[in-house]
Design a protein around this ligand. Structure first.
Ligand code: KG4
Ligand code: ZN
Length: 332
């Protein structure tokens, strides 16, 4: 049995969580900085790093106490090492390194994008193979997972990420940061066919969203105030989700995998989830909203499944354990 403390500080959430064997969440604590950054309309890296520094120790203590554990129960400490804001990442990495040294525990560095995918293993028995649509504030990718540590990127955005497009369009519409949840909510009262925003012509599984953002801007310039904000939000959301769903389904059909998996902050989107489920011939899996946006439970899960953890004798990637078992058999 492994019990891992995960730490996440890649952007504007200070988070710590305790996860057992990569799947069972014992605690999941988050201190969000959204209110601070709303004043600026986006994340200010230096301010974010300072806030992480103020909260990190309390959040780690809270994660241990909510799990009713002490440091003696832990098997390892994991933290996000990138991609993310360098100043904010350093706060989490320094905290994890110090605890690993002081408590004599293995330290596992985790890729933030891999962690988003691993959010799908929390509280489920999902196993690869699957196609993952990974859509966050900084990335949009279609990834084919043949196994826990065997994956290939089949397509990605050539410019803005899906979440970035949501945030920029929300700003144009005068909505608060982060834009995704605000547009998702407003779009419920709007007509998705009120405006026709074009889908960029891209290589089969690649995306482009910056032209869409410009199309919304041009549309707003021609409209008189007050803008039909709900209709614009719904039409923009329709264009983004149509492209995401269409290409993910092509990838699933090409590879023949038995699941489509959604990950990242935009996987919280209600229309994306509904459309993917409507149009996919295979089951569509997505995490609850609290595990879609940045959190530390996904970091602790990733620590369990990642290859480097297997090398430390910590992890649970069955492919790696199989290799280890066969090596042991041979030496006997
Ligand atoms: O994964 P995440 O929390 O952080 C990154 O790793 O970037 O993703 C944040 C992004 C933001 O762009 C935010 O607007 C978007 O996810 N987002 C949403 C929704 N909730 C968050 N986008 C669309 N619909 C949502 N419900
Ligand atoms: Zn993220």
């Amino acid at each position: 049995m492994t019990i891992c403390l995960g730490i996440e500080t890649s952007c504007d959430e200070t988070a710590a969580a305790i996860v057992k064997d990569g799947r069972i969440v014992l605690s999941n604590c988050i201190q969000s900085q959204i209110r601070t950054h709303q004043t600026f309309g986006g994340v200010v890296p230096e301010v974010a790093a300072r806030e992480h520094l103020e909260s990190i120790n309390q959040i780690i203590d809270l994660a241990l106490s909510e799990a009713r554990l002490t440091r003696k129960d832990l098997s390892g400490v994991a933290c996000t090492v990138g991609p993310g804001l360098i100043g904010t990442l350093l706060v989490g990495i320094a905290a994890a390194q110090s605890l690993s040294f002081a408590w004599d525990l293995p330290l596992i560095g985790v890729d933030h994008l891999y962690a988003h995918v691993c959010a799908n293993f929390l509280e489920t028995d999902l196993e690869p193979p699957f196609i993952c649509l990974l859509v966050s504030g900084g990335h949009s990718q279609i990834v084919h997972f043949s196994d826990y540590n065997d994956f290939k990127i089949l397509g990605q955005t050539v410019d803005d990420a899906a979440g970035e497009a949501y945030d920029k369009v929300a700003r144009l519409l005068g909505l608060p940061y982060p834009g995704g949840p605000a547009i998702d909510k407003l779009a419920h009262d709007g007509n998705p066919h009120a405006f026709k925003f074009p889908e960029a012509k891209m290589a089969e599984l690649d995306f482009s969203f910056s032209g869409l953002k410009t199309a919304v801007l041009r549309c707003l310039e021609k409209l008189e105030q007050p803008w039909p904000v709900s209709d614009i939000a719904a039409s923009f959301q329709d264009a983004v989700t149509t492209a995401l769903v269409r290409k993910t389904i092509i990838a699933q059909e090409k590879t023949g995998v038995p699941f489509i998996v959604l990950a990242g902050g935009v996987a919280a989107n209600t229309v994306l989830r509904a459309k993917m489920q409507e149009q996919s011939k295979v089951p569509v899996i997505y995490p609850p909203v609290r595990y879609c946006t940045d959190n530390a439970a996904m970091v602790a899960a990733a620590a369990y499944f990642t290859k480097s953890a297997g090398e430390l004798g910590f992890g649970g990637d069955p492919a790696y354990s199989r290799q280890k078992r066969s090596r042991t058999t041979r030496t006997k």
